[in-house]
Design a protein around this ligand. Structure first.
Ligand code: IPE
Ligand code: IPE
Ligand code: MG
Length: 261
């Protein structure tokens, strides 16, 4: 099973654009409320922001964009809102996939998809198949996703497939079973909407990700706001447990093969 080495081994150059950006798109409801609109209007407007974020990543050659669209806890919302969100998701898949495909985007949906109705599951499957060979940008939509669910499903699959190593499983053994094993760990995590929490998003993969929280509501997160997040990232020093002095001496950078062990 192909998977990326953990980014905690080598230190990506933060002067460059992040290779993988993961976003919790929060604040749609509040955006609508401010305008005396129903919450759903905020979710609708949020889809336009998704389009803009994809364009941003294509333009800047960011290879992976992961968006949290629906958490495993969001089923707790009023039934009407859940149902409208499902319809919006299905509509977005129907309307956007050919455009994404034309732009070289590979679409992946991660999460426990078994809870979605058959029609939506078929749309997801078709969208992934159609775009599977595209290489410009991998756009992952996390839907009915939870970080704890991901770790548990990975452990279960590993236990079935590798019973002989029981008691000696390592992080490297588990990583290929995680839902996003096809992507490097996120370099930059963004949460819009002002809350400063992870809300059961990518728990394993965010271990050493640089976090950026902004009060900007998702429907207002335009390319200028995205630029601010990326330039904040570019000013940071990622140490992964090392000291600044070690970094100054060149330890831990990708070119330094002896640290990559
Ligand atoms: C995020 O916006 C979208 C989803 C969770 C589907 P919210 O709907 O959480 O918006 P706020 O937090 O209520 O403003
Ligand atoms: C997190 O947003 C999930 C998504 C954006 C899909 P929520 O608005 O559901 O998070 P909490 O409940 O405020 O933590
Ligand atoms: Mg919210």
């Amino acid at each position: 099973m192909a998977s990326f080495k953990s980014s905690t081994r080598t230190i990506p150059d933060t002067g460059r654009v992040p290779r993988h950006v993961a976003i919790i798109m929060d604040g749609n409801g509040r955006w609508a409320k401010k305008r005396f609109l129903p919450r759903f209007a905020g979710h609708s407007r949020g889809v336009e922001t998704v389009r803009e974020a994809v364009r941003y990543c294509l333009d800047r050659r960011i290879g992976y964009l992961t968006l949290f669209a629906f958490s495993s806890e969001n089923w707790r919302r009023p039934a009407e809102e859940v149902s409208l969100l499902m319809q919006l998701f299905a509509r977005a898949l129907m309307q956007e996939v050919s455009k994404l495909h034309a732009n070289g985007v590979r679409l992946k949906i991660v999460g426990d998809l078994s809870r979605f109705d058959a029609e939506l599951q078929a749309l997801i499957d078709a969208a992934e198949r159609q775009t599977v060979s595209n290489g410009k940008l991998t756009l992952t939509i996390a839907a009915n996703y939870g970080g704890r669910w991901d770790i548990v499903q990975a452990v279960n699959r590993m236990a079935v497939e590798r019973p002989e190593k029981r008691g000696e499983w390592t992080e490297d053994d588990l990583a290929p079973y995680l839902a996003m094993s096809y992507a490097p760990e996120p370099d930059l995590f963004i949460r819009t909407g002002g809350e400063e929490r992870i809300s059961n998003f990518l728990l394993w993969q965010l271990a050493y990700t640089e976090c950026y929280f902004t009060a900007t509501l998702w429907p207002e997160f335009d390319s200028t706001a995205f630029d601010k997040a990326v330039s904040s990232y570019q000013k940071r020093e990622r140490r992964f447990g090392r000291t600044s002095e070690q970094l100054a001496a060149g330890d831990g950078h990708p070119a330094d093969a002896k640290i990559d062990a």
